[in-house]
Design a protein around this ligand. Structure first.
Ligand code: SF4
Length: 345
């Protein structure tokens, strides 16, 4: 088992416009530089545009969610015959005013979600998904849902594709393009994608109790940093689980593991974990060096330096003096270090 996932082709889904494809209602795109320049080095993106898959065309009128926030409809914000002069000419005035009016009110949700099924079936083999924010099809959260009056409800929701994706794959790391601009959320998302990939290939793809134990062992300190309670509960679960049906055990473990690492770890809990790891260096690092390392942990806890500083120092000593067990901890390098994600958190 490698400490670092060396692979450069982790399959991750992405809203096509975020990847730079000109599929938006106006024929434009919403390319994310972070996805294009940084994440594409390790993610093999599989792009998808639900609205194009549903045959709504490019360009097309804007769409919106409307009605009951628990079960909204997807409608055109204005009739397709008002798409654009060019498009209107192409349509050769096929739509009468009445047709346009009925199209304006038509719920296109089923057409869209039906068209998403083939992509949803492929998502079984993905390790993450990056969605376009605010879209009535792709938005992960806070998408406006309109009332008949034309004003949005206070309650916001998810776009229809995003909702179907999250319901079917609750353990899949999913993030929006806008939120990836936040260094902490970006670091957490990439870490979860690598963890999901490692689980899918090392445990789900080669199901055995031994592989599950090995996976758990390699993620011990990363789990501790994110959620001490979940770390203890997962350990207890595995300690008594050897007689349980393996499929059910793997499914429960995966769900609880992904949920435990879902939120970024605090500086305090990183410090706590780094101090635990220091325990492995008691015999091999003299007290002056130990005091120095601990003072750098404190600088990190106070926000004076970012995570990369104490981690570089700690990894240096662990690589020189640590046991095989501690050197195999994914916490030390949960994703390739050249992504630079720990420089900013
Ligand atoms: S947000 Fe989704 S539906 Fe809209 S253009 Fe982008 S990929 Fe297509």
């Amino acid at each position: 088992m490698n400490r670092i996932s060396e692979t450069t082709d982790i399959p991750v889904g992405i809203s096509a416009c975020v990847l730079g494809e000109e599929v938006r209602f106006n024929g434009g795109h919403s390319q994310s530089r972070i996805c294009q320049n940084q994440l594409a080095k390790h993610f093999k993106f599989q792009s998808f545009c639900p609205e194009v898959a549903a045959g709504f065309g490019i360009p097309r009128p804007t769409m919106r969610l409307t009605g009951d926030p628990a079960n909204p409809k997807l409608i055109f914000s204005r009739p397709p015959s008002e798409k654009s002069q060019e498009q209107a000419e192409k349509d050769q005035q096929q739509d009468s005013d009445n047709d346009s009016e009925s199209l304006l009110m038509q719920d296109l949700g089923k057409k869209l979600t039906d068209a998403c099924q083939p992509m949803l079936n492929r998502c079984e083999q993905l390790d993450g998904f990056i969605l376009k924010k605010d879209s009535p099809s792709c938005g992960m959260e806070r998408v406006k849902i309109y009332q008949p009056s034309g004003h949005p409800h206070e309650e916001r929701g998810a776009g229809l594709f995003a909702r179907a994706l999250m319901e079917r794959f609750p353990n899949l790391p999913i993030e929006e393009d806008g939120r990836l601009n936040d260094a902490q959320l970006r670091e957490n998302f990439v870490m979860r994608v690598f963890a999901h990939h490692n689980f899918r290939t090392e445990v789900a793809g080669q199901a055995s109790f031994h592989n599950l134990l090995q996976f758990h062992s390699s993620y011990k300190y990363l789990l501790m940093a994110h959620n001490q309670t979940a770390y203890r509960e997962l350990g207890k679960m595995l300690a008594v689980a050897h007689k349980e049906p393996l499929d059910a055990l793997i499914k429960t473990y995966h769900q609880q593991f992904m949920s435990a690492i879902n939120t970024p770890a605090s500086r305090g809990s990183h410090c706590n974990v780094m101090q635990h790891i220091m325990g492995y260096l008691k015999q091999s690092v003299d007290s002056t060096a130990r005091q120095h390392i601990l003072s750098v942990f404190e600088q990190y806890r106070l926000g004076e330096v970012n995570l990369i500083t104490p981690m570089t120092l700690l990894s240096h000593y662990i690589n020189q003096n640590g046991s095989e067990y501690i050197r195999a901890q994914r916490y030390l390098e949960p994703y390739p270090s050249h992504l630079g994600l720990r420089n900013l958190v």
